[in-house]
Design a protein around this ligand. Structure first.
Ligand code: G3H
Ligand code: 13P
Ligand code: ZN
Length: 332
């Protein structure tokens, strides 16, 4: 058993309380490799933003859980080296799908876990979430739960349609599970294709897809039921057109990729939404930069020469999110 406190990590409780009061949101960035982690920490340290490092089950399988844990520990030390005296870094399990996985992360030094039982019937979601909460709270590890189902692929949990969170269920759910934060469904979804072309309109000038707005009325109703309770938005990548264009220009194929417009995330950040999950945008930045190097310098075979530019572009992306979208700069 390793306590996250020994690793210099923090849980989400204070982060979220301050974010709700201050009208901003904490960035939750997924990482699978060293370059992403370096870029996240540099961006957070330079902007003095609290940050949540998210590890999915897939990331654990890809990178090895032991290595990831030590990487997170190293990230705290790296942040200090960069001049961030008291780093506010949380290590969080993204989309945990079983009690055993959540327990293993708690025992392994994570400061926060998500149990995503949103695909189960309501009472089963409550029972599993409560079991994780009861275990995690013994060690002061915070727990995110999910109610409502996002469209698209949620790790291994999948759903073809989006089922918005029902505001009339949230009080019962939060009270009976004791969860610390609640991920809701208001129209976001995972990946780079968040809406089908049929769900969008087309900008007559550019021909680009314009997605439908998020269901802010559902968010408002949830906040009315649970005043001041931390709300989480998954699937919040914006799928920047510049990265999509770069990928397509340099040999990729991402037709009609579309994300959540940044002004909607800005609006959400000012509400009780205090954690915003971003993964796909980082993948797009990484891929765009690597493709550019490969296209322009076909003789290049030193990974540092293409992973380096990828890291730079991700750092720029993370800083942009922190400063211009979530407003979490200067809050740590
Ligand atoms: O919500 C899912 C995250 O983007 C993680 O994705 O399962 O491919 O690591 P992954
Ligand atoms: P995106 O695919 O929109 O980046 O969402 C990531 C996410 O929700 C991770 O849990
Ligand atoms: Zn997610």
């Amino acid at each position: 058993m390793v306590s996250y406190k020994e690793l210099g990590l923090v849980n989400t409780r204070e982060m979220f309380a301050k974010a709700i009061k201050g009208g901003y949101a904490i960035p939750a960035f997924n990482f699978n490799n060293m370059e992403q982690l370096q870029a996240i920490i540099k961006a957070a340290a330079e902007t003095k933003s609290p940050v949540i490092l998210q590890v999915s089950k897939g990331a654990r399988n890809y990178a090895n859980q032991t290595l990831l844990r030590y990487m997170a520990q190293g990230a705290v030390e790296y942040a200090k080296e960069l001049g961030w005296e008291h780093p506010q870094i949380c290590l969080h399990l993204d989309h945990g799908d079983s009690f055993e996985l959540c327990k293993s992360c708690v025992d392994f030094g994570f400061s926060s876990v998500m149990i995503d039982a949103s695909s189960l019937p309501y009472e089963e979601n409550i029972a599993l979430t409560k079991k994780v909460v009861d275990y995690a709270h013994q060690f002061d590890v915070t727990v995110e739960a999910e109610l409502g189902v996002l469209a698209g692929v949620e790790d291994e949990v999948s759903s073809a349609v989006s089922h918005y969170t029902k505001p009339e269920e949230v009080v019962d759910f939060a009270t009976r599970t004791g969860c610390d934060s609640l991920a809701i469904s208001i129209g976001t979804s995972h990946g780079a294709y968040k809406f089908t072309p049929e769900q969008c309109t087309r900008d007559p000038k550019t021909g680009k897809l314009v997605p439908p707005p998020l269901a802010f009325d559902v968010l408002d109703a949830i906040m009315e039921q649970l005043p001041g309770f931390p709300i989480v938005l998954h699937g919040s990548s914006s799928v920047p057109q510049e990265y999509v264009d770069m990928i397509n220009k340099y040999g990729g194929k991402l037709p009609d990729a579309v994300g959540i417009p940044e002004e909607q995330l800005r609006k959400a950040s000012k509400s009780a939404v205090c954690k915003i999950n971003i993964d796909s945008d980082s993948r797009l930045a990484f891929t765009a930069a690597v493709r550019k190097v490969f296209a322009e310098k076909p003789g290049e075979f030193d990974p540092r020469k293409y992973c380096g530019p990828a890291r730079d572009l991700m750092e720029e992306l993370y800083k942009h999110k922190i400063i211009n979208v979530l407003g979490s700069d200067g809050k740590a």
